[in-house]
Design a protein around this ligand. Structure first.
Ligand SMILES: [Zn+2]
Ligand SMILES: [Zn+2]
Length: 48
């Protein structure tokens, strides 16, 4: 499987658990729409 230690959204640097692909619903929505070059909207510290 792909590495699961980081959110699958390209614009996001948040860490995620082994069972998680995205750190947040916001990232999931962006990732599934294949949005690139957009800032993460998860609101997590260190991620803007
Ligand atoms: Zn993030
Ligand atoms: Zn994320």
């Amino acid at each position: 499987m792909a590495d699961n230690d980081k959110c699958a959204h390209e614009g996001c640097v948040c860490a995620v658990g082994e069972d998680e692909e995205y750190c947040s619903p916001q990232c999931r929505a962006a990732g599934e729409e294949d949005v690139t070059g957009i800032a993460c909207d998860c609101g997590h510290p260190g991620c803007s």
